[in-house]
Design a binder for this molecule. Structure first.
Ligand SMILES: Nc1ncnc2c1ncn2[C@@H]1O[C@H](COP(=O)(O)OP(=O)(O)OP(=O)(O)O)[C@@H](O)[C@H]1O
Ligand SMILES: [Mg+2]
Length: 402
């Protein structure tokens, strides 16, 4: 390739090769796909924290790992970062296998829950530190730090020490320190969990904006399902070191793969009932606590195409998919109000149905004016389920029936 350049411009071959090598360095970064194949982590104490983790993350995708405490989220992230060895399986960034590559050579940046700022350095020095280590020219460091500070709106704090900043400001600095490195992959482990609820919501929106501006591949860990739903292009739901489901927020919400995902995603949590599914001819009916609930045509078709016969099931229905009925009827449940939580725009109603707590979420505007402040304890209420929004699970293996 350099030979024509030598001929055309009269460069010596050594100069031509150097020029071409520099041009290669200037090319846009290669695709930052991240692939985990059969990745497993067994700690020294024989705890298997992650089992057979398989995931292909697209270039510039925002992936969220979510699940309860101890399910292996941080372990997975730390294996991607190179802070933990991978016990089995392969990790690729782009098409390069990374298992044995030093963390500093993986072209990733990580933001931790604890911020991990250097207390004796100013904000500016904190952000510039990694670039100084890389021996970047001073004016380039200055440009990158000021650009990141601008994006994160912390320019006015550049000369302060971390201890003179609020939690949210410190977290911005921690994110800024990662941004200046122009990483191919951005890893974040519960970056917002030290912040109060209001600041957390604000920073969540900031992260969405940040993502639009820096356009990098993100892997984000949280135990908060709202954060997962609002941030992720796709969500990976984990439990006990196993992936339970991978999907877009809509997919996991509308079609949870199993009982765990159904209960984990959505707030307040989905209601579950022991129920009986009966097939007569080609039609199915669902009996829940004495009431016969209608199932819509599409659900019935899917049940039939999955070859489901009459059986015991667990029926799940989200609090917002229960609607009031005018009076007692074959397809209604009747309960007495235990707790009525006024949330402003909606009411969370706990109704006692034969000893079972059923939660309903009712927009305040749909309530008669005398009940907009809440429904008194002991009031009898009748309600039914939206026929197209009932989820059915196998009680034995807890998998979705369709
Ligand atoms: N260094 C370690 N040595 C041994 N076991 C560990 C180590 N770190 C984590 N574990 C165990 O591995 C499992 C997964 O831990 P991990 O920190 O990945 O969970 P997590 O999903 O990040 O939880 P959290 O939401 O509480 O941060 C847990 O059972 C934990 O006790
Ligand atoms: Mg963790």
């Amino acid at each position: 390739m350099w030979r024509p350049a030598v001929r055309r411009f009269g460069f010596c071959s050594r100069c031509a090769r150097k020029l071409i090598a520099e041009a290669r360095l200037l090319r846009p970064a290669s695709m930052a796909t991240v692939t985990l194949k059969g990745v497993k982590k067994i700690y020294d104490n024989k705890v298997t924290a992650v089992h057979d983790f398989n995931l292909e993350i697209a270039d510039k995708e925002f992936i969220v790992l979510v699940g309860p405490s101890g399910c292996g989220k941080s372990t997975t992230l730390r294996m991607v970062a190179g802070l933990e060895d991978i016990s089995e399986g392969d990790l690729f960034i782009g098409d390069k296998r990374m298992n044995d590559v030093e963390p500093k050579d993986r072209d990733i940046a990580m933001v931790f829950q604890s911020y991990a700022l250097y207390p004796h350095m100013t904000v500016y020095e904190n952000m510039a530190f990694a670039l100084k280590l890389r021996k970047l020219p001073k004016d380039e460091i200055d440009r990158k730090v000021r650009e990141a500070a601008e994006i994160l709106d912390i320019t006015q704090y550049l000369e302060r020490r971390p201890k003179a900043l609020s939690g949210g400001q410190r977290q911005r600095v921690a994110i800024g320190r990662a941004i200046v490195r122009d990483p191919k992959v951005f890893l974040m482990d519960e970056p917002l969990s030290n912040l109060d609820a209001k600041l957390r919501n604000q920073m969540r929106a900031e992260i969405i904006k940040l993502r639009q501006r820096i356009n990098t591949t993100f892997i984000y860990v949280t135990h908060d399902q709202t954060e997962a739903m609002t941030l992720g292009d796709r969500i990976v739901i984990m439990k006990d070191g196993f992936i339970q489901q991978i999907g877009t927020p809509q997919e996991v919400f509308n079609h949870p793969a199993n009982l765990f995902v159904a209960g984990f995603i959505g707030s307040p949590q989905m209601n579950f009932f022991d129920a009986e599914l009966t097939k007569s001819g080609s039609a199915y009916s669902l009996k829940v606590a004495g009431a016969v609930m209608a199932l819509d045509g599409e659900t019935q078709e899917k049940l039939a195409s999955c070859g489901v016969e009459s059986c015991k099931v667990i029926a799940g229905v989200r609090p917002e998919h229960i609607t009031f009925a005018p009076d007692s009827a074959e397809h209604t449940l009747t309960g007495s109000v235990d707790v009525s939580e006024m949330m402003g725009s909606e009411l969370h109603l706990h109704a006692n149905v034969e000893g079972k707590d059923v939660v309903l979420r009712v927009p305040t505007t749909e309530l008669p004016s005398e009940h907009r402040g809440g429904i008194p304890y002991g009031t009898q209420v009748h309600f039914t389920f939206r026929p197209d929004l009932i989820h059915l699970f196998n009680p034995e293996n807890e998998q979705n029936l369709i």
